[in-house]
Design a protein around this ligand. Sequence first.
Ligand SMILES: Nc1ncnc2c1ncn2[C@@H]1O[C@H](COP(=O)(O)OP(=O)(O)OP(=O)(O)O)[C@@H](O)[C@H]1O
Ligand SMILES: [Mg+2]
Length: 444
Amino acid sequence: MAQTPTSVDFEKIRNSSDGSFSGMLYSGFNEIISNNPYFAAGGGLMVLGTGLALAKQGITKSSGFLYRQMLVDLEIPSKDKSYLWFLEWMSRHKQRSSRHLSVETNVITHDNGSISTNFSLVPGPGKHLIRYKGAYMLVNRERSGKMLDMTNGTPFETVTLTTLYRDRKLFSDLLSDAKNLAIKAREGKTVIFTSWGPEWRPFGQPKSKRLLGSVILDDGIAESVEKDVKDFLSSGEWYHQRGIPYRRGYLLYGPPGSGKTSFIQALAGELDYNICILNLSENNLTDDRLNHLMNNIPSRSILLLEDVDAAFNKREQSNEQGFTSGVTFSGLLNALDGVASAEECITFMTTNHPERLDPALLRPGRVDFKVLIDNATEYQVKKMFLRFYENEEKLCQEFLHKFRLLNLQHVSTAQLQGLFVYNKRDPQAAVDMIETLQNPNTVF
Ligand SMILES: Nc1ncnc2c1ncn2[C@@H]1O[C@H](COP(=O)(O)OP(=O)(O)OP(=O)(O)O)[C@@H](O)[C@H]1O
Ligand SMILES: [Mg+2]
């Protein structure tokens, strides 16, 4: 195509520049000048070209210098705890201008079983401007290219906050605001962690604490465990001075539905601890992962190993079937022994079949406190009845009398709860229906 000498070829400018604005300017000038017959001769062109190149360099350098002098960055990688806190904080922060949001849906199951959903619009990847305590901050949320967190398949992300150098102190204010917000949301709640690849992740929403008094164990049992745990927690110095690893293992064993899991959850609530639940029969749990998880328990958490016997039964079965097993027995023992941190470590284990456990697991240092949580005793029946039906002493006596007559020795507390819940407002009906407890599989 014919071209007038002074026309400007924009396509060429774009192609020959490096894409930046100053680069375009530079090659744009080159284009105009080389197309101009007066400049084509060369002299002026050379001078101008050199001048522009120098100017470009100068601008880049000085803007970099100014940036370094006047602005500060704070980088929060997605690996860091404060990452989620920050996003949540920002979704509630009023003074922000973001047009690019992404949604995080929380489904909350209430105690009465109803479900409500709550959408938080967190800032999506991209740039956002916020105002915090009078200062402007630029928030840039980026996915780092093709890098994937291989453990859970999510892309690595970073959030970078940029603000003026003089406002740099606000970063720590902001982070502690975000942390306080997160902690407030958990107040009065117990967070349940489960393993997610090699790390612990909160499972569902934090649960309301269960009152310790609502789990009725046989006379004195709850108190003795509670006393032991509290005593352990206050003896850090004692362990330290004697060089003994600061950990304690508890084993609650007994028939199903006797309140083992409920008691541990209530105890965690009482101590203001969270719970890390690990299922040893999980297929893809290996010795290495177990060891890593047990050595990286979030602070103020109780480690709960449910159905410890299951892991070993499963192992025998899978060997027969030719599968490679997950955790090995020695892997578990090593992981239990290896937990060595300055912080306390409380491990609770539960099982319905204590006879299947290897004595090596039960030796002191791995299990220091062993207690049977059995089927309902008369003491428990009485307490539970009166907890469900306040002041119904007379009916309670009647219920107990029938309980004895029927010789109900293998009734779990979960069964009792079932009967009382079915007859919520009618204690007489509960007394009349006591025969149903003879069959452990009654469904009301
Ligand atoms: N002693 C108890 N006091 C109050 N509630 C109880 C008690 N035992 C069981 N329950 C109720 O029964 C249900 C099951 O209890 P839980 O899961 O704690 O039993 P478990 O001993 O852990 O059983 P499993 O051995 O099968 O895991 C819960 O809803 C709990 O509220
Ligand atoms: Mg249980």
